[in-house]
Each structure stands twice: as structure tokens, then as C-alpha cells.
Ligand binder design. Structure first.
Ligand code: COA
Ligand code: ZN
Length: 314
């Protein structure tokens, strides 16, 4: 369906991983329950990475078996190596994401290895996940720019994506990790990926709203034919390289934008706002996303919908 868009929720993983406030397993479960209740069908739930690297997600082994198992909900987990794969299997995962980036400088700081080494680490993980019939995604972070080396050529991001496809991912996700991308680059990157043989239905984008370009980038992705976008309810996941900056594109902003643009996605805005308020309250932060503050808008009546205090269901 050309007007159907997949919203891939990353709040519980990407949104929480860099937050200083320690979030309890119960609160994570509640956040995920609210997201699933809002109609989200792909929720990246946690990471099976080294607890020393990301202490916030050290409870992955306990969290995963307790997730609500509604029909058709997929809970991918981030897995960096075979050690993480063994943990994910034991916890009952059925979908995963592996990660690398377009630049060595970023992967070295993030996971202590080069891009080539990270692909080597991902290889046995993806082989095992393929054998088990799991859904598999591969991230290419810093696809639009690197905090250490600057501009990234689209051909480079696509070269890494092609390696991931060869290793067996179902989907590649290009990440604008530091939020520097602009719509023209989205169009070029999509065109480069398709020309290299990656079909549109295996491409996703992960935008950060660090500089306010995330929704414009989504629009460019939609125009180019991409139909999967990442977002985090509450816009969590501030950028560690830009203290105080906005984080992931907010799911509530994305849902409003898609509704207003006539795309179908199956996600309920008021439900997402409830999850967004819960997440930011848990983190002790105000909800500063656009639609989080203004609410949605009902074109039939002209009234705002889901504004704080009006429909707080948590
Ligand atoms: N789960 C649990 N523990 C793990 C692990 C995993 N998946 N992978 C490694 N470890 C442990 C090792 O057992 C070792 O523990 P020890 O010191 O008590 O013996 C320690 O972590 C270091 O292991 P090592 O193999 O040397 O890995 P490393 O220190 O080079 O770290 C990664 C490599 C990838 C495991 C680590 O950098 C990581 O998990 N990074 C995640 C970063 C992240 O999630 N970033 C955001 C995503 S974009
Ligand atoms: Zn992100």
C-alpha cells in the first residue's frame, strides 16, 4: 500500500540509553505497554550490549520476557556480538537490530572497533538470527554526518548498507545520529541506495531533530518512496554530542504529520501522547515536543486533541 507508513518506535532503546536518570524495569514495561496500546507495532525494546557500556539497559534479560505479546507486535532488540545474541535468545527475542556506522571514527568511539570489525562482529549474529527466522535490521549510523570527521558521502553510507544486506538484514536503517541532514541529502541517499540495488521497502530512516530538520527529512523520504521512519514518543534521546539539544524525532510529531498528510499508519495520537507524557515524567523532564505541547488538531471540529491535562490516561 503506497500510502501506508511503518512507524518504528525507538523510545525504549535509543530514547533511554543515554538518559542519566535510571529508569526502573517496571517503568520501562509501562512505557512499552502504552506504546503498544497506542497501536505501535514495531517497538525497539532494549539492547543486549555490554551493561558497562549502557547501564540503563542492563535489565534487558529481565525486561524482554515480560513484554505484552499482542498480535503482530514486533520487539526488535539491539545486539552487538554473539554474547549479546546468546542473551537475546535466552530472553525470547524474535527480532533484532545490529549496528555500525558510515565512519570509523564514530564506531571506534561508540563500540571500540572499526566499521569493518563491527560488520565482522555482526556477521555470526545475523547468520544465527537468519537460521532462527528472526526479523533483522541493520543500522548505518552517521549516514549524514559524523561528529568527528564531518560530511559523509552518500556512496559511503550505501557501501556500508550493502555489506549489511549481504550479511542478511531484512532492512537497512540510515541514521542521522547527530541531526545534521537536510531534505536534499535524503533524496540523494535514497536514490543512491536504490541505484545500488537496495529496494525501497528495505530502506528506513532514523532522524534526530537536533536542528529542527527531522520532519522535513521525513517528507523528503516519503517523496522518494521510503515508507519506514523511526521515532521516539516524547522525543527522548537527546544527543550526547550536543548537550540540551532535541533528541529523536518525536512519535507524536511524526503521527500528526502523517495524519495531516494523508498517510495511514495505525497509530493513535492520543495514545502516543499518553506514552510521551509518561516517558518524560519518568525522566523528570518537561514534554517539549511540538505536538506534545500543542496537542493534535481535529479538522472536523477545529479543537485540539490529546493536549496535556485533557486526555492524560497514564
Ligand atoms: N552483553 C553483556 N556483556 C558483554 C557483551 C554483551 N553483549 N559484550 C561484551 N560484554 C562484556 C564482556 O564480557 C566483558 O566483560 P568483563 O570485562 O567483565 O569480562 C566486557 O563487556 C568487555 O568485553 P569486550 O568484548 O572487550 O567488549 P568491548 O569492551 O570492546 O565492548 C561492545 C564492545 C560492542 C560489547 C560494547 O562497546 C558495547 O556493548 N557497546 C554498546 C554501545 C551502544 O549500545 N551504543 C548505542 C547503540 S548505537
Ligand atoms: Zn536515535
Amino acid at each position: 500500500m503506497p500510502d501506508h507508513v511503518r512507524i518504528y518506535e525507538v523510545g525504549p532503546r535509543d530514547g533511554l540509553q543515554n538518559e542519566a536518570v535510571s529508569v526502573s524495569t517496571e517503568a520501562k514495561l509501562r512505557y512499552i505497554e502504552l506504546l503498544a496500546a497506542a497501536g505501535l507495532r514495531e517497538i525497539e525494546a532494549t539492547s543486549f550490549v555490554s551493561p558497562r557500556a549502557i547501564s540503563q539497559l542492563a535489565d534487558a534479560d529481565l525486561l524482554l520476557p515480560r513484554l505484552p505479546q499482542a498480535d503482530g507486535v514486533r520487539y526488535p532488540v539491539l545486539v552487538p556480538n554473539v554474547r549479546g545474541m546468546a542473551r537475546a535468545e535466552a530472553a525470547g527475542a524474535r527480532a533484532l537490530a545490529v549496528f555500525t556506522a558510515a565512519t570509523d571514527a564514530f564506531t571506534e568511539r561508540n563500540i571500540g572497533m572499526t566499521v569493518a570489525a563491527s560488520l565482522e562482529a555482526a556477521s555470526p549474529v545475523l547468520r544465527r538470527a537468519t537460521d532462527l527466522g528472526w526479523w533483522r535490521r541493520g543500522y548505518v549510523s552517521t549516514a549524514f554526518g559524523c561528529p568527528y570527521t564531518g560530511a559523509v558521502a552518500p556512496a559511503r553510507a550505501v557501501e556500508v548498507a550493502l555489506h549489511l544486506v549481504e550479511l542478511g538484514v531484512d532492512e537497512v536503517c540510515f541514521g542521522d545520529t547527530i541531526g545534521v541532514g537536510a531534505p536534499g541529502q535524503v533524496a540523494v541517499l535514497t536514490g543512491t541506495a536504490v541505484a545500488a540495488g537496495i529496494p525501497l521497502d528495505r530502506i528506513a530512516f532514523h532522524f534526530h531533530d537536533t536542528r529542527g530538520t527531522a520532519l522535513a527529512n521525513v517528507a523528503a523520504g516519503l517523496d522518494a518512496g521510503v515508507r519506514c521512519f523511526d521515532s521516539a514518543a516524547g522525543g527522548t534521546g537527546g544527543c550526547p554530542y550536543a548537550p540540551g539539544a532535541a533528541g529523536n524525532l518525536a512519535t507524536e510529531d511524526l503521527v500528526y504529520f502523517l495524519d495531516a498528510s494523508g498517510y495511514h499508519h495505525g497509530v493513535d495520537l492520543e495514545g502516543v501522547l499518553a506514552a510521551a507524557r509518561f516517558a518524560t515524567r519518568t525522566l523528570g523532564k518537561p514534554l517539549t515536543t511540538k505536538v506534545g505541547q500543542a496537542g493534535g488538531w481535529d479538522p472536523a471540529t477545529g479543537a485540539p486533541i490529546g493536549r496535556a491535562g485533557v486526555a492524560d490516561r497514564c
